[in-house]
Design a protein around this ligand. Sequence first.
Ligand SMILES: NC(=O)c1ccc[n+]([C@@H]2O[C@H](COP(=O)([O-])OP(=O)(O)OC[C@H]3O[C@@H](n4cnc5c(N)ncnc54)[C@H](OP(=O)(O)O)[C@@H]3O)[C@@H](O)[C@H]2O)c1
Length: 271
Amino acid sequence: MQTELVKKGMWAVITGASSGIGESMARELGREGVNLILVARRLDRLQILGAELKDKYQIEYQAIDADLSVPQETKRVFERATANGRMIQVLINNAGVGVYGPFMHYDVEQYSKTIQLNVTALTELTYYFVGHMQGHGKTSYISNVGSIASFLSVPYFSVYCATKHFVKEFTQTLNFELRKSNISVTLIAPGGTYSEFTEHSGQILKKSAHASMMSSELVARIGMDGMFKRRRYIVPGFLNSLMVHFPRFLPAKWMLALNDLAMRGAVDYKK
Ligand SMILES: NC(=O)c1ccc[n+]([C@@H]2O[C@H](COP(=O)([O-])OP(=O)(O)OC[C@H]3O[C@@H](n4cnc5c(N)ncnc54)[C@H](OP(=O)(O)O)[C@@H]3O)[C@@H](O)[C@H]2O)c1
């Protein structure tokens, strides 16, 4: 007989909780009585969100301002999150950035920061928290937010796509390695989602883009549901879940041309 999971009173760490999908995930978990450690650079937003959820759902929260594109910040976040013997049972590596446009259109520093945040910080936080979760032995969950770009290679989005491919390979491999342990590791791979990502990635959405865009709330709900079901990966949205299988059937060169065509039809980049 399966025992029902008690989420109330658990502690979760969410990176990138100040907007978009991360904020919606915080709302989802808060509603279920999960205590929250909210991480991002905009502390004011984290504090407003934490206070609102505390008031609504009688949960506890802590806001940690951290720029995860700066080396060593992950260690500080881990130490603050686990201070005073606090046991973390959920880690969501959601913070991520990427810029769209010709490779030479952006500074090299932007690419370095993207890799540091999307790859290095995600790996380091997973490392620290897997050790912590193995130590306390309670049922635990890690979600890493990739993208449908984890499965598809999109021209003019080369560095972002490469980081999200890393997230997929890392997450799915670790999922297998830890499958018999107290920790499940899930890849959440959204497609186009309304959030601040469009603005920060230098994208300008064309009319046709809106046909396939999802809300952050829906992506978060599907993601959190799948995470607690210990799924290996989740691709929210029917069209998205279909699209990620295309590379199995088409040659890589065709896929690149197709993705380029589809992306250009849906978005432009800020010149
Ligand atoms: N929106 C989409 O279409 C889409 C599609 C597929 C995958 N995703 C993925 O979904 C995740 C969430 O993105 P979103 O769509 O919700 O975009 P968003 O609204 O721009 O949210 C990004 C979050 O990451 C945080 N962040 C950015 N840089 C950071 C840094 N250096 N250190 C710490 N936190 C940082 C931001 O907070 P601060 O600015 O306050 O630091 C914000 O909370 C990302 O991994 C993204 O790649 C998004």
